[in-house]
Design a protein around this ligand. Sequence first.
Ligand code: 5AD
Ligand code: SF4
Length: 456
Amino acid sequence: MNDNTAVISEIKRLLGDRQRLAYVRSFGCQLNVSDGEKIKGLLRKMGFGFTDDESEADLIMLNTCAVRENAEDRVFGIVGSMKKLKEQRPELMIGIAGCMTAQSHIAEKIKKSYPQVDFVLGTSAINGLPKLLLECLRGARFSADIAEYDDFSATAEQVRESTFKASVPIMFGCNNFCTYCIVPYVRGRERSRRPEDIISEVEGLVRDGYKEIMLLGQNVNSYGNDLGGEMSFPKLLRRLNEIEGDFWIRFMSSHPKDASAGLIDAIFDCEKVAKHLHLPVQSGSDDVLRRMNRRYTAEKYFGIVDEIRRRDPDFSLTTDIIVGFPDETNEDFEATLDIMERVRYDNIYSFIYSKRTGTKAAEMPDGVPEEEKGQRMRRLLALQRDISTEHYKRFIGKRMRVLADDVSKKREGFLAGKSSEFIIVEFEGDSSLIGQFVEVEVTGAMNWAVTGEIVK
Ligand code: 5AD
Ligand code: SF4
């Protein structure tokens, strides 16, 4: 890990006394948001304050996502619109970070077609930010640090978005190479953080009053595989569960091929682990799953679901689904609807397949018209709406533990929170409860949330 002390003091000298403001915006998954918090941590060290208004910023940093094309298009649109800002204020610095920059064709495109951008920063090169800013302040027109992994992000200081919910990455990268996915190319191979670093970070967060700890990794179930067998994810859960304090533990994501009996045991043994598992299925068709290189079948997946439901019929499951994988047939799609009916997810996150340059699936022929993919998506969403409404009813008359998140955007005097089951709960309450746990008795179910009344 390189030491930035000298670079940071030089930047402070060049920036002078006036308070400089940075606008930092993260796109995509929670790991990226967590990287954004680390970028802010470094900027704070350099003396920056923060703003949500790009027109008053001295530095704009977009922390990008590459998982689907529409996320990339959005960023290109925003960068395009920044040309004007840069013309008006040539001293404005603009940097692009995140997964987009880790693709060489994108880094080239930015360099060639977006002269308003001063630098790009790779996902594992966050620690190179001070060096890039210094070059920029000294007048470099374009500089790039997309160096290989230094894992600075393992222990970095951060400026957290929330005072009661914290993300804690436990590993970086992915080894699975699902054929549609760009992540292994832009985030590299799996690297697990040292358990003692994770444990002390969580202890610190709990001491600071954080109520929700979200453990993050592309596939948390393979946590520790690179640590010589001393630690596994279930062991880590058990260890974190021993930390004293009133908080709960969530984690994301879990690959079904590695969802072991040990994992399920740990979830049910650890009272601080929330009653929810996000288990991305992607498709219900064995043929599509094989072509996606997911390395499980629908039956194997049901095996995990059945075991969880056997232990707790109310346990909550959510999933990710890709619609319109190359050459997905109607029968393949029907198999996905079947799996949804059979599992009865509380919520799904569904995406139309997006071709990613450099992945295996990008080479597969695809005869399914976009219009057909859109129709399939609408059918799937309609089905899930029915399932959610019906399935949420199981909670009516029962109590849920809820972490109050915010005031309700829909109803005056109401708060919105998430239950242990990761279900949105709306209830009457005072804003002083935000950031606290409450017990809510469920009185009604809608297709996106349940309503209830505070009982404690
Ligand atoms: N197209 C559409 N969805 C994708 N995902 C990952 N790659 C793609 C892609 N190329 C989805 C998967 C994954 C989630 C985070 O994003 O469902 O689980
Ligand atoms: Fe992508 Fe598959 Fe890795 Fe998830 S497990 S990040 S979908 S390659």
